[in-house]
Design a protein around this ligand. Structure first.
Ligand SMILES: Cc1ncc(C[n+]2csc(CCOP(=O)(O)OP(=O)(O)O)c2C)c(N)n1
Length: 486
């Protein structure tokens, strides 16, 4: 190990402590990373790990990883790891930093992730001056998906989506993210570095360390853009790709410090903690009694409630409203609830489903994988989810006949032509409410008053309120009759 005080960095041999000793992704690859030879990600990973070690912040570092070739940060860094949805890493990092001000929070992102789908997130995170450190890997392409154009693709550079090369008209110019962010007032430190030769590598290590150091000092937003080789997609060998960074990329993206306010910036105060719940009516300027979720019909104490429901059907059948009604009624009853909608891509007639949980304990996850009750509004939805229903559970199915190959002997089934029944009551569109009535009867967890209150809150037209009340009551009696048959 040697120490060069003039450059103020340490050349360390061996594995950084903040790397895991092995990569647990594939048995035969414990000794190797998933990166291609010469990939800039691997180099930056090493620099980042070294900076974390040198600043002794491994125990309090939280790394938010991207979608892209950098997606596996959690396989390598022995720190707190979070995977963000594509483009959202800086927004996730902002939230993490606000709730854990003592943590060193890093957002690690590629140019597709940060400059394309995540352009809004990075712009606003920077503009808010969030006290996070962003490492931006600019390799001028979408690598993970096979080399499509990125916002940073150079003029003339070929890609799978632009085989003749990028043209300013109609493709626009390479996006200079560092320069763009440097027009904002809040960022404290912005630097673009490269991995094009040894001199650049040393400057990159220094910049990454500074980015972290700024956060250790409690300063605001730090951003380090790294021009990084991607030999595989660029169709070069590792040495050619490194030289391309230095000789070609750098001409479009000049290296250097674009912003340095670290000397004159005071540490940012930690964010105020969220107000106590009992202060919220005062802040909103309303009397507690007027709050919309008044828990008006609180269930009797001590009764265990744990209802997990999956509701599925075509868009337009009122699947989401059924779930919302259930959750709203649960809220009214003073219970913990979650409602998680899942839409198909089509506006109408696509599939749609939602997850609802109602419990008197805190809900850990809104995802319902093994429902106690499945409400299937059509056959495809039944076939999609029937096997997931837990033993002893119920399927409420909208159909005259329950398909023979879906029959199970460890669950209960209520199969009725609910659309026809609703039509006879006045409108086929109330089928969801007839099914809700059956579900309420079967589960028996929610007071009638809570259901009425939810109905009145969610449905605006009196004609529908009246019809839905009738439909819910009718669904309840159909289910009660079915239970007596059992
Ligand atoms: C919402 C969403 N859209 C698109 C994709 C497909 N996708 C995966 S990675 C990627 C681009 C990654 O490019 P970049 O951020 O430059 O990272 P690199 O692989 O080059 O390191 C895309 C478009 C996705 N996973 N999710």
């Amino acid at each position: 190990m040697s120490n060069d005080s003039a450059l103020n960095y340490t050349v360390a041999q061996g594995r950084a402590t903040s790397f895991f000793p092995t990569f647990e992704r594939k048995d035969e690859l414990q000794h190797a990373t998933h990166f291609c030879p010469g990939c800039g990600h691997g180099v930056v990973h090493k620099m980042l790990a070294r900076a974390i070690d040198e600043l002794a912040v491994q125990d309090r570092t939280i790394l938010v990883g991207p979608v892209g070739c950098g997606v596996f940060t959690y396989h390598y860094f022995d720190v707190g790891n979070i995977s963000a949805a594509h483009g959202r890493a800086s927004a996730v990092a902002s939230a993490v930093k606000r709730s854990r001000p003592e943590a060193i929070v890093l957002s690690y992102q590629g140019d597709g992730d940060l400059a394309a789908i995540g352009a809004a997130e990075i712009l606003h995170s920077a503009n808010r001056g969030e006290s996070i450190t962003v490492i931006f890997i600019n390799n001028a392409v979408y690598s993970m998906t096979g080399g499509q154009s990125a916002p940073t693709t150079l003029l003339g550079q070929k890609s799978t989506t632009n085989p003749e090369g990028r043209n300013a008209i109609p493709d626009g110019y390479p996006l200079h993210v560092s320069e763009l962010l440097a027009t904002l007032e809040a960022p404290v430190y912005i630097e673009r570095v490269g991995l094009g030769d040894n001199k650049q590598l040393m400057a990159a290590q220094r910049a990454i360390r500074r980015g972290l150091e700024n956060q250790v000092r409690g300063l605001g937003f730090s951003f380090i853009e790294v021009l990084a080789p991607c030999p595989t997609i660029w169709k070069m060998n590792a040495v050619e790709a490194q030289h391309w960074v230095r000789d070609v990329m750098e001409k479009t993206f000049p290296l250097g410090v674009m912003r340095d306010k670290t000397k004159e910036t005071e540490p940012r105060p930690a964010p105020a903690s969220a107000p106590a719940l009992d202060r919220i009516p005062g802040i909103l300027g309303v009397a507690e009694a007027d709050l919309p979720t008044g828990n008006a019909h609180v269930m009797e104490q001590g009764r265990e409630v744990d209802l997990e429901v999956r509701i599925a059907g075509f868009g337009g059948q009122g699947v989401l409203l059924l779930g919302e009604m259930l959750a709203e009624a649960g809220l009214d009853a003073g219970l913990e609830v979650s409602w998680l909608p899942s839409y198909g891509p089509e506006m109408r007639s696509g599939t749609s489903n939602c997850h609802v949980r109602i419990s008197n304990a805190v809900i850990d996850s809104p995802v319902v994988t093994s429902p106690g009750v499945l409400v299937a509004m059509n056959e495809p939805s039944l076939r999609k989810f029937d096997r997931a229903v837990r033993p002893g559970g119920w399927i409420i199915y909208n159909g005259e006949e329950f398909p023979a190959d879906c029959v199970r002997d460890d669950i209960h089934v209520l199969a009725l032509p609910f659309t026809q029944i609703a039509n006879d009551l006045g409108d086929a569109r109330a089928a969801n409410m007839v099914m809700l009535g059956a579900l309420l009867q079967i589960s028996g967890v929610l007071p009638r008053e809570s259901v009425s209150a939810a109905l009145r809150r969610l449905i605006k037209h009196q004609r529908w309120v009246d019809l839905d009340e009738k439909a819910i009551a009718h669904g309840g009696s159909l289910a009660a009759a079915r239970s007596q048959e059992e």
